[in-house]
Design a protein around this ligand. Structure first.
Ligand code: FES
Length: 305
């Protein structure tokens, strides 16, 4: 837990505010990381870090979504320089992995985790490129920092250029990092799958896809090995709710499978992974799950709780 002070607020682009947070003991982070920020009503929201890891402050960029869940509205309307805020944790489920080359694709404010990555890659010797896609230049944050990266970067204004052909962005054999709206991520996923290169994808969602809860889940049972409890998870309830109701402590923040807070070790049973945190390799390993959205692929799971 870190109590930090708002050092500065900058309107980075239309509706996008950067918030600079300072404190005496800042948590270390690497490109791709996000903070769990406690917002006005006491709930927690995840925002990607978009400054530089060796800076004396943490910076996040927040797009104002008046129809959202309230976190961005609180940041834009209430937060002022000098205010104290709480950062619960810094996590990174979107870290730069070793690869021969990199393609980074940002949709709108999805540039926030990718910009520190691009700046890190610019200091190295591996081939990389960054593609930023947005409706208009006015709505694209960090335009100067992006342009400072030079010829490795391409900016697509869809209002001017139309939508780019996704397949044309994917040449290479290394990793493809994409952050932005679900439609963009799914388009990249489909294009990579069509090439037979689905394992190249590394994606970070802003919000869970609308269909994340659409499939009606079946009932299953949970064995909590350390607690000695057997619990029934009915259709329509999350494993997380059932576990917490039974009095077993598990962290939870987003409850949408995007923050990683509720990650739990699986001892036995196959998992139907529905989160947006684990990589394809981690899913295949079947050794952990996000209790808030993922379910049993069979009748029973045994958890290390
Ligand atoms: S609470 Fe965020 S992934 Fe489960």
């Amino acid at each position: 837990m870190h109590e930090l002070t708002v050092r500065g607020l900058v309107l980075e682009a239309e509706d996008v505010l950067t918030v600079e947070l300072a404190g005496t003991r800042l948590p270390a982070w690497t490109p791709g990381a996000h903070v769990d920020l406690v917002v006005g009503d006491g709930t927690v929201r995840q925002y990607s870090l978009c400054g530089t890891p060796d800076a004396t402050s943490l910076t996040v960029a927040v797009r104002h979504e008046p129809a959202g869940r309230g976190g961005s509205d609180w940041v834009h309307r209430t937060l002022r320089p000098g205010d104290r805020v709480t950062v619960r944790a810094v996590r990174n489920h979107f870290a730069l992995e070793d690869a021969g080359d990199y393609v980074l694709i940002a949709g709108g404010v999805g540039i926030t985790p990718l910009l520190p990555m691009a700046e890190r890659l610019a200091a190295g010797d591996r081939p990389w490129r960054l593609v930023c896609i947005g409706r208009s230049a006015a709505r694209m944050p960090f335009r100067q920092r992006i342009e400072a990266l030079g010829p490795h970067t391409t900016i697509h204004e869809t209002a001017v250029d139309g939508r780019p052909a996704i397949d044309g962005l994917l040449d290479g054999t290394g990793l493809v990092y994409v952050c932005g709206p679900v439609t963009l991520i799914e388009a990249v996923r489909a294009a990579l799958d069509a090439r037979g290169q689905g394992e190249r994808l590394r994606a970070e969602h802003f919000r869970a896809p609308d269909d994340a809860e659409a499939a009606e889940p079946g009932a299953f049972t949970l064995r909590l090995e350390r607690s000695g409890l057997d619990l029934a998870v009915p259709a329509g309830r999350s494993a997380l709710d059932v576990v917490i109701e039974a009095g077993v402590g598990v962290h939870r923040d987003c409850e949408e499978g995007i923050c990683g807070s509720c990650e739990t070790k699986v001892l036995a049973g196959a998992v139907d992974h529905r989160d947006h945190v684990l990589t394809a390799r981690e899913r295949a390993a079947n050794s952990c799950m996000m209790l808030c959205v993922s379910r049993a692929a069979g009748p029973r799971l045994v958890l290390d709780l």
